[in-house]
Design a protein around this ligand. Structure first.
Ligand code: MG
Length: 385
């Protein structure tokens, strides 16, 4: 049976690798809908190759450009956030690949869950911002959420056949990023170009900066907490510079199960699409003979204050992780544009967390308001006001 995919963020790193899998398994997967933020040319190219029913662009100002370029194709052309929210509920869609960047992924993911679509979740910000609401909805609508993030896929794979109540600890690995061995002084003057040179993984710009600052790992602790229902105290971050052990689970009898492999996102994406099956592939293999050593270090919360801030946000709870995420999206972009220093990102996030109003049990509307307010506070600081 062919599964119809809706790929949100189809022109991004996860989106294009998802399409590689569709190319390899045309008898299993079909592209029903693709959606991009602003990359019209790439989106048109994908539409011409995969002939989706719907092609959607988030930025409404690009609708005419997209529509005119797709005039020869017999497909619907949609634009804007309301269109995306409707798109994910279309009856023919089986799986929604949620690989948009940042907070923008929240609303469509909620709509897809309510429509009972299987979610292949790459957009971790959705769980950072509103994990509690997402998990409640997924339970209510019996919607499976399958992790695409490599660490969470590894944990998920390690948990197959296991009782989750037997989890003693989740061992969440981190590469440590390009500044793993830098001093605080060295980190003060690094540029976006330095940060975009990730040692092991090819990813989009936003997540690569989050990896360099280790905010990504803070987000992933929250993601693991919500996906696997494990308290933060039972999630241990291990810096593992070789990125071969993608994460592990330690059980109540002391057994540790891990998933290892080459650092390549095709496998976790494919596993989320094919679960509970495994599909043969020719993705890169990890050659264990070629590995000199596998090392594991404690994370350094002093040199990577973003990780400490993520823990603080988790402990404070309520809307504070949403504040953390909004401030991070602002400074992450500002850093890439050269408007904010590397360590200054953490200072601004911390101060935004101090200034934002605390809401202990936020509704969806509270999250929307929190996101807007926190962005305003962080922007002001970036602009030196
Ligand atoms: Mg990851």
């Amino acid at each position: 049976m062919v599964k119809n995919l809706c790929i949100l963020g189809s022109t991004g790193s996860i989106g294009t690798q998802t399409l590689d899998i569709v190319r390899a398994y045309p008898e299993r997967y079909s592209v029903y809908a693709i959606c991009a933020n602003r990359s019209v040319d790439k989106l048109v190219e994908q539409a011409l190759e995969f002939h989706p029913e719907v092609v959607c662009i988030a930025d409404e100002s690009l609708y005419d450009t997209l529509n005119s370029q797709l005039s020869t194709l017999n497909c619907k052309v949609w634009a804007g956030p309301d269109a995306i929210a409707e798109l994910v509920t279309m009856p023919s869609i089986d799986i929604v690949v949620a690989s948009m960047v940042g907070y923008a992924g929240l609303r469509p993911t909620i709509e897809a869950i309510k429509a009972g679509k299987t979610i292949a979740l790459a957009n971790k910000e959705t769980l950072v911002v509103a994990g509690e609401i997402i998990c409640e909805l997924a339970q209510q609508y019996h919607t499976p959420i399958l992790p695409v993030d490599s660490e969470h896929s590894a944990i998920f794979q390690s948990l197959v056949g296991e009782d989750r109540s037997e989890i003693e600890k989740i061992l969440l690995t981190a590469s440590g990023g390009p500044f793993r061995t830098f001093t605080l002084d060295q980190m003060r003057s690094v540029t976006a170009d330095d940060a975009l040179k990730h040692p092991n993984w090819e990813m989009g710009a936003k997540i690569t900066i989050d990896s360099a600052s280790m905010m990504n790992k803070g987000f992933e602790v929250m993601e693991a907490k919500w996906l696997f229902g494990v308290p933060v105290e039972k999630i241990q971050v291990l810096v593992h510079p070789q990125s071969i052990v993608h994460s592990a689970v330690q059980f109540s009898d002391g057994a540790i199960k891990a998933q290892l492999g080459a650092p390549d996102m095709h496998l976790p994406i494919q596993y989320a699409l094919s679960f509970p099956e495994r599909l043969a592939s020719d993705f890169p293999r990890a050659d264990l003979f070629a590995l000199k050593n596998l090392t594991f270090e404690q994370p350094d919360l002093v040199r990577f204050p973003n990780l400490a801030l993520a823990y603080e946000a988790m402990h404070r709870g309520g809307n504070i992780p949403c504040v953390l995420n909004a401030a991070n999206e602002v400074v992450n972009l500002a850093f890439r544009q050269g408007r904010c220093g590397f360590l200054q990102m953490s200072d601004i996030i911390a101060e935004t967390m101090n200034q934002a109003d605390f809401i202990p049990k936020p509704t969806y509307e509270d999250y929307v308001a929190t996101d807007t307010a926190a962005r305003r506070i962080a922007e002001k600081m970036v602009n030196g006001k």
